[in-house]
Design a protein around this ligand. Sequence first.
Ligand code: GLA
Ligand code: ZN
Length: 671
Amino acid sequence: MTAPRTLKIPYGGDYNPEQWTEEVWDEDHRLFTRAGIDTLTVGVFSWSLTQPGPDTYDFTVLDRILARAAAEGRGVCLATGTAAVPPWLARRHPEVNRTDFEGRRHRYGQRHNFCPSSRAYRDHATRMAGHLADRYADHPALLAWHINNEYGGACYCGLCADAFRAWLRDRHGTLDALNDAWWTTFWSHRYTDWDEIEPPSALTEHWRGPDHTAFQGITLDYHRFTTDALLNCFRAEQEAIRRHDPAAPVTTNLMGPYRPLDYHRWAPHLDFASWDNYPPLDAPPTRPALGHDLMRGLKDGAPFWLMEQTPSTTACRDVNPLRRPGELRLATFQAIAHGADATLYFQLRASRGACEKYHGAVIGHAGRADTRVFRETAALGEELTRLGAATLGAHTPARTALIFDWDSWWALEFSDGPSRLVRYLDVVHAYYRAAREAGADVDVTPHTADLGRYDVVLAPALHMIKGDLAARLEAVVARGGTVLATFLSGRVDEHDRAFRADVPGPLAPLMGIRVDEWDARPEEFEQTVPELAAKARLVFEIVHLTGAEPIATYGTDFYAGTPAVTRNRYGDGGEAWYVATALDQPGVDTVVRRVLTRHGLLGPYADHRTLETATRVTPEGTRLLFLLNHAPAPASLTAACTSVDLLTGKRTEEGEPLTLDPYGVAVLRLQ
Ligand code: GLA
Ligand code: ZN
């Protein structure tokens, strides 16, 4: 199943009219029409309304909300509302409340606070999902199901401990296998009974927080278990929905590169991917782009939904800057450029009370249409209406893959040594950014992806090598492709045990190198890499060549002159590159551009650093080139091919000047 079929890009967002009176609904819908809003995400936090007591269900308000949406011709993404438990449930079944990493059993409060192993939670949540599906499966407004909200976090209660032990039996089979996987002979940990195993928390294996664990194996397995435990909550609700509604697609709003949950384990169970884009403040535009491409990669490149973004400002940060004029439009078209087939907001009208009352909304507390945010969102609504179906269902024809691996993320960041300063996402983002700014479309894929489609495979900080990945990477190079791996790749197996082999383990033959030692230095230390005119930091692996040639070397210290970047020619004209240190961004850019150039993958505007390009190909085979000007100044280009801009209707011949406004966007249909 795919995302809902629509005639244009669904546009709208989270809408909680149960918080205000029905006169306000009239104003809401009048303004929605003016803003081109056709899609409402409803019921995300409605559980205490729809089930005010253990045996009482009350759908009168939700009935009216949906009836009104249908009458106005708007579609609804209907949430099951199970992310915030009602007070009576927590009181009646205190075990639905989580126990935190420090071992504190929480009492009722906040949201996203349920224990995934609690039967009471699971039963009540699935029953709610079933009732909703029974009631609304055939509702004319229903577009899709939105289960729960931003699943996340972890629980360390006794129920979770039991569920973890059952999960471990299933995964490892025997205690011998588990002891071997976790290397428990170290520090006298050999388990002789499943019940001896405790969830890894501040009270057990951890010190100084969640990243410092005595046994990486148990902490890794707890992350996998938590991923599966929350996924099982999702699946239970999905099954309850499916019993009544075999047709409408089901999703849940994910969070892009969110460390606690391995979304690749979720991917097969989602009918379509959707996510909430709140990039870190001051992040370069490639950071949200990485999120989009990671989410598109969940369903093998199928379009996803942008389920939430703020139309203006967040509220949860200490300081919440506004989106500048034009930035919202740019961010919205960036999502579409990367494969979004819907763009939705949190939120359509601001709540009057509680912690998100100052969060940006299309409609503020005063209900005005003459605000900047309303004008901008309405103008965008009009553009999306004009765009119609032109981008729907289009795929990204990427020739470059970047392997993203939650296990590697976890293993790297739970590791004592060589350096706590290396952050997985920083390394991944540096390589992704280099490729994207050079104009290459990139698929961010799981390690299991079919690599046969790609000319270039980037494997930054691929700490853990699982299955037959090394052989599949060798196959890419054997047929003339390029694989690039970096420092701290190929170190451990699926249980986080070092390979009994030269570093980088199974990648060593392909890379034609051997690493025996590695140096780590404080944040402020910079090593020179003269051939690239670059600097390197954090970790410096000392490389011995076993077939590769040096491309760049370290400039100082006792390993001065030894390779920092290598290339191994392999197979039928293929190349395997290894970058043994954390190069600065210009250094990463130089290396990645050399690799892309070899395959003709530099984009036509690769010299315009602040101009982002992205390609989508429609199901009819039409090529669309998105141009996104991330600079506050105009971008003056020379058209690389003849095109018509779908937003303005303007035709530009190849070689003619093409200008984009500050933060401007063009969606070019290539001729
Ligand atoms: C998340 C949640 C929403 C809301 C927004 C605010 O994405 O899903 O309910 O809290 O953040 O930014
Ligand atoms: Zn629990």
